[in-house]
Design a protein. Structure first.
Length: 137
């Protein structure tokens, strides 16, 4: 039993050290985030291993807190690392807002006009052409 605990401890330590090296090298923020998630997971495993060896149940709240810290940290970094479409996050000027509003209103007016006449956009006549004996005014 002692040998198994030592092997598990060594493997967890090696994994944590390799994750710290990866966090240092990077190159991107997401690589560092994954590496730090691995470090938090190694800490969770170490605490769980300690609790199992010593038969202590009072470490369960510590495991829950470490799990929540890892989850919230990952979600927070992922939220700020998310790529937003260009122009989505910037503040528009009054002129840009007015131009966009005018375009939207023109599109609505055009759509409403085609609904009133019963014709779809780009449709001058119905599909079969003019009717025989049709009187146009």
């Amino acid at each position: 039993m002692i040998a198994v605990v030592w092997v598990c401890g060594i493997l967890v330590t090696v994994g944590a050290v390799l994750a710290v090296v990866r966090a240092e090298k990077g190159p991107s923020m997401l690589d560092r985030t994954v590496a730090l998630d691995i470090v938090v997971t190694a800490m969770i495993v170490a605490v769980a291993l300690y609790g199992a060896v010593e038969r202590r149940t009072d470490v369960v709240p510590v495991l829950v807190v470490l799990s929540l810290v890892g989850f919230v940290g990952s979600v927070t970094v992922a939220r700020f690392a998310a790529v937003e479409p260009e122009g989505e996050g910037r503040v528009r000027t009054r002129e840009e807002i007015a131009a966009a509003e005018a375009e939207r209103m023109a599109a609505e007016d055009e759509a409403e006009g085609s609904r009133r006449t019963g014709r779809r956009e780009g449709e001058d006549e119905h599909h079969g052409g003019g009717a025989e004996g049709e009187v146009r005014g």
